[in-house]
Design a protein around this ligand. Sequence first.
Ligand SMILES: Nc1ncnc2c1ncn2[C@@H]1O[C@H](COP(=O)(O)OP(=O)(O)OP(=O)(O)O)[C@@H](O)[C@H]1O
Ligand SMILES: [Mg+2]
Length: 292
Amino acid sequence: MIKIKVEDLRHKYPDGTQALNGVNIDVVEGEFLAILGANGSGKTTLLKHFNGLLKPAFGSVVLDNKKLNEFKPRDIFRKVGMVFQDPNDQLIAPTVEEDVAFGPTNLNLSYDEIMSRVNNALELVKMKEFAKKAIHALSYGQSKRICIAGILAMEPEILILDEPTSGLDPDGVKTIMKILNDLNKKKGITIILATNTVDLVPVLMDRVAIMDKGIIVQEGSPEKVFTDSRKLEGLKLELPQIAQLMEALRDKEKFPINSLPLTIGQARQELSHLINTEDNALLSPEYNVRSE
Ligand SMILES: Nc1ncnc2c1ncn2[C@@H]1O[C@H](COP(=O)(O)OP(=O)(O)OP(=O)(O)O)[C@@H](O)[C@H]1O
Ligand SMILES: [Mg+2]
């Protein structure tokens, strides 16, 4: 079922910048969609149209078969939760607990329901012991997790995240991606994530849309989108590291590689006739989050 339908969406900022130039995309219920694109390609501007923060001057955004501008803002916020690029734009209350409770409080829920949602959300992002901590005393990665918790406490049907892993260390990235994977695969939440880090995309996402100069220039499965490194280069993006490595092995070392693998598992399969080191840690299947 189509959850969000975007048709010929254009957006011009007051200073004249044409940030969106006719975007068309459908978001399917339950999918994990990545929006990729270089800085300034229009990702954030597009995301802000998904939850009505920006209104279409031209074109339309339809949510559950109803135009977004026919919804009351509150009904959009119930359905669509957005985690901003910068935690400072999102965290407002003095303590973690109060911040996560902010959204549910505005939904007029009972105190018990609010507290139960806050606890669940903090549990999901593994920050329960930080409930009483002052917001300003959190590390950057912790702040990012609290932003996600604040949105999860709203129990949205669609979760939109703008660069959720930027500025995180590798462990922080893994934690966030594991949380998002669980939310998508176990709870069925539709996730749209904007990023310019390609490495995680093939591991987790079902579909990728690449933006350039305010339009979607390529769209499809990671396998389909990440086949042409020169085309990606033109869009100021790179192949995922594993694919870069395999491409170098193919082109420089003449390894017999037919299709570029995007995950360690695929790489292992592709090279299975050359590799027999079963206990090589780098090739361990546990490095693949997505089941293949
Ligand atoms: N408030 C604004 N006023 C004017 N121009 C803006 C505004 N916000 C964004 N832009 C411009 O719109 C274009 C798209 O910006 P946007 O923030 O959507 O890109 P992005 O793909 O999210 O980039 P990044 O990867 O840097 O986050 C850019 O040229 C940017 O300069
Ligand atoms: Mg952005």
